[in-house]
Design a protein. Structure first.
Length: 256
């Protein structure tokens, strides 16, 4: 009797529907609005990293575009185009050597610090060609041509290694296209700046423009890109984890 009296009557009618719908809504909100995503980070963290990658990659490609314009203008104004096939072979040979025996930078900290250091060195090397061309002439032009090709292998690859540490495979599928669009924006901006500068100054001034853009990319990387990978590395593709001797097979099975 006492147990029967102590039972609370269940709500009925509109009150019951409201109570049940409210409970389901609360449970749904609790499950659907966690403060962190599957990777253990805030939902906006991946977006910030994607925007930072867009800016940094855009500045890098803009600087590389200015460097290539300076290279082609200076080389073709001083040397015969018949020398280009030999340079293409040299670039291919050096690229193959770097692919088979990649340069491992010293352990100086996070991948972000490695990228910032690489961009600072790239800016310094590019500025150095300003005086090397006037001092060594044709030899410096050959070196400039090789340097413009090596930049992609040495610095741009380092950028993607850093970016790859901060995205899960699912996030990479959503964000990599947007980040890569930064290279298109950078190519357009670099071409426009180079054209405007060539109309006002000597072609060697493009080396200063290129170095300045590399320096800006380094500053943007230091300020915008995250310094450390998230705490759950198991959910992320590990950079450089492709099986040795099977790079093609690994790239086909793990495109991200």
């Amino acid at each position: 009797m006492g147990a029967r009296e102590s039972r609370r009557p269940e709500p009925s009618g509109p009150l019951r529907r409201e109570t049940l719908s409210g409970g389901r809504e609360a449970a749904g909100n609790e499950a659907a609005s966690p403060q962190t995503d599957l990777g253990g980070r805030e939902p906006s963290s991946a977006q910030r990293t994607a925007w930072a990658g867009f800016v940094v990659l855009g500045l890098m490609v803009a600087g590389h575009g200015a460097l290539e314009t300076a290279r082609d203008t200076l080389f073709l104004s001083e040397l015969s185009p018949s020398k280009l096939p030999f340079l293409y072979l040299a670039v291919a040979a050096v690229t193959v050597l770097l692919t088979r025996n990649p340069l491992h930078p010293p352990q100086i900290g996070s991948q972000r610090r490695v990228l910032v250091t690489s961009l600072a060195l790239a800016a310094g090397v590019t500025v150095g060609f300003w005086s090397l061309i006037s001092r060594f002439g044709d030899v410096a032009l050959y070196a400039l041509y090789l340097w413009s090709a090596l930049f992609v292998s040495l610095v741009v690859v380092r950028f993607w290694i850093l970016v790859g540490e901060h995205f899960t495979v699912t996030e990479a599928r959503r964000s990599y296209g947007f980040i890569a669009a930064g290279s298109l924006a950078g190519a357009i901006a670099g071409a426009a700046l180079s054209r405007a500068l060539v109309a006002l100054a000597y072609p060697r001034a493009l080396l200063i423009l290129s170095a300045g853009l590399f320096a800006l990319a380094g500053v943007a990387a230091a300020l915008l890109l995250p310094s450390h990978a998230p705490a759950d590395p198991g959910a992320r593709p590990v950079p450089g984890a492709s099986p040795s001797g099977q790079p093609l097979r690994a790239s086909l099975h793990q495109p991200y």
